[in-house]
Design a protein around this ligand. Structure first.
Ligand code: NDP
Ligand code: 8X3
Length: 258
């Protein structure tokens, strides 16, 4: 039987948009209390105001190790026992060849997608171990399984997330803590606009001629994973739009396109 999220405490990073925002809304509908993290406070507050259950929006840059540690340490007692950590904050910058890409783009991706995920995990998992209870969901990507042209460092960060998820599962074996990696293909969110520095036209071309996944589709998979009975661990889910077969092969406007 599916577990209930009623009164479960779920922390979501990257809740101001896309997959994180959709996951927050779905968890809220199912009765969870939420801690919502992102840098854009206005977006977090607007989301928090639209939710029905108790919710704590926190403006936080997951790249800032000290801020992450202090934020988690200073949570009021009723917000400390986190049942589910959803490490979703992440981004891609550019689609340049490795030797032509700005190093700042690499730093942004490595610091957010790998180090930010690790900082949150290090701050929250020890409490889960103490309570012998918890679930960590990491947002990987098909990019962590298949390297595509121009994907270089973004793909490397998601390959790192894949390894970290596997490592968490190994290191937490013998506790009751579960670890899930959710690895989507194309999801239409702000992701491509961020990748192409706000170029909306270039971003929309990514999804042209096919029906991409939505944040809600991925929220649905996350909620499926965290509501399985406690002896069931969904280890990894690769999720594509029906019109995508691999990182580089999709079917657009009735034509196969690489
Ligand atoms: P969005 O750009 O819509 O959302 C990204 C979220 O991450 C935003 O809420 C953003 O909030 C937050 N974020 C980014 N940097 C930081 C930071 N330094 N500190 C705190 N929060 C941060 O993209 P998606 O919803 O699509 O992406 C969510 C996750 O899913 C990412 O890890 C992405 O790699 C992964 N993914 C996405 C796919 C896609 O095709 N869209 C496919 C596969 C995986 P703010 O800017 O307010 O800080
Ligand atoms: C995002 C999906 O295919 O652009 O992780 O890497 S992809």
């Amino acid at each position: 039987m599916a577990l209930s999220l009623k009164n479960k405490l779920v922390l979501i990073t990257g809740a101001s948009s896309g997959i994180g925002e959709a996951t927050a809304k779905l968890c809220d509908q199912l009765g969870a209390r939420l801690i919502l993290i992102a840098r854009r406070e206005d977006k977090l507050k607007a989301l928090a105001n639209s939710l029905q259950n108790e919710c704590l929006p926190i403006k936080l840059d997951v790249r800032n190790r000290e801020e992450v540690e202090n934020t988690v340490k200073s949570l009021a007692k009723e917000w400390q026992s986190i049942d589910v950590l959803i490490n979703n904050a992440g981004l891609s910058k550019g689609l340049n060849r490795l030797h032509e890409a700005p190093i700042d783009d690499w730093e942004a991706m490595i610091d957010t997608n790998i180090k930010g995920l690790l900082y949150l995990s290090k701050a929250i998992i020890p409490g889960m171990v103490e309570r012998q209870k918890g679930h960590i969901v990491n947002l990987g990507s098909i990019a962590g399984h298949q390297t595509y042209p121009g994907g270089n460092v973004y793909c490397a960060t998601k390959a790192a997330v894949k390894s970290i998820s596997e490592a968490m599962k190994i290191d937490l074996l013998g506790t009751n803590i579960r670890v899930t990696s959710i690895d989507p293909g194309m999801v239409e969110t702000e992701f491509s606009q961020i990748r192409f520095d706000g170029d909306k036209e270039r971003a929309s071309k990514v999804y042209e001629g096919l029906k991409p996944l939505t944040g809600e589709d991925i929220a649905d998979a996350i909620v499926y994973s965290i509501t399985r009975p406690e002896h069931v661990n969904i280890q990894d889910m690769i999720i594509f739009p029906t019109a995508q077969a691999s990182a580089t092969l999709s079917f657009r406007n009735n034509k196969k396109a690489h």
